[in-house]
Design a protein around this ligand. Structure first.
Ligand code: ZN
Length: 221
């Protein structure tokens, strides 16, 4: 792949996978990859690019694809967009904080987690159904219908959560919100929402944006 890519000047390598199944990954300074034929493809590209281009961390903490204890407790993660908040007065994004905001920033996490757990449960059920249908070599129409139901479920949840977060009095503010880096407790993200936190058409949070600008300048100045 690198031998082929070397025929043109490039800074970042993106591998598009011709597949409809949801998925992707990105490793800092290496490459990112994403599936190009599903409803979240645009989001996937931008999210995975955040990892590979700027070394951003995942800000989500409840997905079934998350890892346990990825970040050892008591150690500050190296990524620019999550923190263990070991020294709240010296937060790594302190220049971007909304003036006067409480640290850690209280948010409606309990309600978010409640809705999320209902979604995750149904998501697992739907995925199990799809796996079973495939194993049993069920008719394609039946598999497609199940996959469409799973897609619709994911879409509905994403828009519900977008609205939920937008309604919060902390929407658009920079603070330290608990729940980040695959951990519900002890890790914090800069804003309520970000493309590194949830799926959908949305911007990077201000901290992620600054991290991306820094790398662009590193390449271009
Ligand atoms: Zn972010």
């Amino acid at each position: 792949m690198r031998d082929i890519a070397a025929h043109v000047p490039y800074d970042a390598l993106v591998i598009m996978v011709n597949h409809s199944r949801y998925g992707g990954g990105g490793i800092y300074n290496f490459f990112c990859t994403f599936t190009a034929h599903n409803q979240w493809s645009e989001y996937l590209l931008l999210h995975e690019f955040g990892h590979s281009f700027s070394g951003l961390a995942d800000e989500y903490y409840s997905s079934s694809t998350a890892y346990n204890d990825f970040y050892p407790p008591g150690i500050e993660p190296t990524e620019p967009n999550i923190t263990a908040l070991l020294d709240p007065t010296n937060l790594k994004w302190k220049q971007l904080l909304t003036q006067g905001i409480e640290i850690p920033t209280p948010w409606n996490k309990k309600e978010y987690d409640r809705i999320d757990s209902i979604y995750q449960k149904r998501r697992r059920e739907l995925n199990d159904i799809i796996t079973r249908l495939k194993k049993e070599h069920a008719p394609e129409s039946q598999i497609n219908a199940a996959q469409e139901e799973a897609s619709a479920h994911s879409r509905k949840f994403a828009s519900k959560m977008d609205n939920f977060l937008k309604k919060s009095k902390y929407a658009g503010k920079v603070g330290a919100f608990e729940g980040a880096g695959y951990s519900s407790k002890g890790l914090y993200r800069p804003m309520l929402d970000c493309i590194m936190f949830s799926k959908g058409k949305k911007p990077y949070c201000k901290v992620c944006e600054q991290a991306i600008i820094k790398i662009i300048e590193q390449y271009s100045k």
